[in-house]
Design a protein around this ligand. Structure first.
Ligand SMILES: [Zn+2]
Length: 303
């Protein structure tokens, strides 16, 4: 049973938008692609976990804090007598472990994900103890990408390789899963402690004036190139979308990028760019938002 679903992080959505609307440095693009790849891996792992018995509690994407230390748990599984924090990695290609060091194919020194795993486990154990729970924890590093290979000299039982995913799930499904109120209470408490948003220190600085205006295609994220009747057409992937849904997506995007900007007909006309009719924009805003009347500086709000 899924207690908390995974949502795409705002950080990725913002970076995807900036990547089209301004020019990002190589480092910023790499960071964006890494985050995106990580998220795709997490989504794959969510599908894999659909094979887990219904009796288990599943919490996706928890951001917790203990003693001012923040830590992220990709997926937390609650069974009858054990709690399993899973860290999902979408790595691909050859990786090497030598002693305590982790290398990527080009022999570049990478972070050892096992250190992150044990840090998370320690912080979570302290939090659970404070909440009065003493279930044992078993953390796993899940390598979801079949193109991943790790050269290592010793066997580490907390690593699950792509070829072991099915067997690992079968093993979990043999564990006792008679849950009671206390398990549900724990799940609720953890979800309540989830930190909604981080400031994103990795985001590049951006300003409204420097961003290219236009409406993005929801499939390939390039700018829509044509307006035919009530449909927008993407010149890159050929997909089409109704004007209303495209405008609403653009408003959401603008609000995420610039939470302080007021939503007005003129603001959205400028932001969407491809739609030239003030009347069309106003009609869509009136239908979907609340007009906050304030003379000449009236604006639309979604709350
Ligand atoms: Zn497209």
């Amino acid at each position: 049973m899924i207690i908390k679903h995974r949502q795409e992080r705002s950080e990725i959505i913002i970076l995807r938008s900036l990547n089209v609307r301004m020019s990002l440095s190589d480092k910023e693009v790499t960071n964006y692609l890494n985050l995106k790849k990580g998220y795709e891996g997490e989504q794959k792992s969510d599908i894999w976990l659909e094979g887990l018995s219904e009796d288990w509690l599943i919490i996706h994407d928890l951001l917790l804090e203990y003693n001012n230390s923040k830590y992220q748990i990709d997926t937390l599984l609650i069974s009858q007598d054990t709690i399993y924090p899973l860290d999902v990695k979408n790595y691909e290609g050859d990786h090497y472990v030598e002693g305590d060091k982790w290398y990527i194919s080009a022999k570049k020194d990478g972070k050892n994900p096992l250190h992150q795993l044990s840090r998370c486990e320690t912080l979570l154990r302290c939090l659970l103890r404070d909440l009065g729970y003493h279930y044992p924890l078993e953390s796993y590093l899940i390598f979801i990408n079949p193109e991943f290979h790790l050269y290592q000299t010793s066997i580490n039982p907390s690593i699950v390789f792509p070829t072991q995913l099915n067997r690992f799930l079968k093993k979990l499904n043999t564990k006792p899963a008679k849950l009671n109120k206390r398990h549900f209470k724990l799940a609720e408490q953890l979800v309540a402690l989830h930190l909604i948003d981080l400031p994103y220190p990795r985001l590049p600085a951006y300003a409204y004036g420097q961003l290219e205006k236009g409406t993005l295609c929801p499939k390939c994220y390039s700018f829509f190139s044509d307006l035919k009747g009530t449909k927008l057409v993407c010149g890159n992937c050929g997909c089409t979308e109704g004007v209303e849904s495209a405008v609403l997506r653009s408003v959401t995007e603008l609000m995420l990028l610039f939470p302080d900007r007021k939503i007005t007909t003129m603001a959205i006309l400028e932001w969407c760019k491809i739609i030239k009719s003030e009347k069309t924009i106003r009609r869509i805003l009136v239908r979907n938002f609340k007009l906050i009347r304030n003379g000449r500086s009236s604006y639309y709000s979604n709350s």
